[in-house]
Design a protein around this ligand. Structure first.
Ligand code: CUA
Length: 177
């Protein structure tokens, strides 16, 4: 707020210096470049995930995940089942306070349709050490077609603050030869 009224009422109608016009033009063109890069990178960028997502009732999702897990559980790790699903199948990961459920054991070089959803509130799926990040919401089934290309043990970290146990919300995924 100014103390004195403006002396020049048409402040916006002042002549613009040449250098300023050049900068405005450069900034505008760069903005356009960045805008079209978003579209280009969506298609050409290697980091890109599929954009499949479906609405789903959290209770229905949970039931699906449990059914799929029970059928292919091979062992147990600290109360969480380790599930070895058949290659090519749909696999269901649950995000909930404060756990990723179950632990998958996938086979290297095989395709899987990985579903991820939350059954309570928002979580973030971050696969370590690979750079994959997804926001996970209740009511939305995110689907990724994945083909693990390196054997090993992967970590799943929740990267969306979800309350008092957020830092303990770590999961696992195995890829075997
Ligand atoms: Cu789940 Cu943070």
């Amino acid at each position: 707020m100014s103390i004195h009224p403006p002396t020049e009422r048409l402040w916006w109608n002042e002549p613009v210096a040449r250098a300023e016009k050049i900068w405005i033009t450069v900034a505008f063109l760069w903005g356009l470049v960045m805008f079209f890069m978003m579209i280009y990178w969506h298609v050409a960028g290697k980091q890109n995930l599929s954009n499949e997502a479906y609405r789903i009732d959290p209770a229905v999702y949970q039931q699906r995940a449990v059914d799929a897990a029970v059928a292919h559980t091979v062992r147990d790790e600290a109360g969480i089942p380790v599930v070895k699903p058949p290659p090519g199948s749909d696999i269901y990961l649950i995000a909930r306070l404060w756990q990723w459920w179950p632990i998958f054991e996938l086979q290297k070089g095989q395709d899987y349709r990985l579903h991820i959803s939350s059954v309570d509130w928002q979580h973030g799926f971050s696969l370590q050490p690979v750079n994959i990040n997804l926001q996970i919401h209740p009511g939305y089934d995110m689907v990724l077609t994945v083909t693990p290309d390196q054997a090993g043990e992967y970590g799943i970290v929740c990267n969306e603050f979800c309350g008092i146990g957020h830092h303990m919300m770590v999961g696992k995924m195995y890829v075997v030869e």
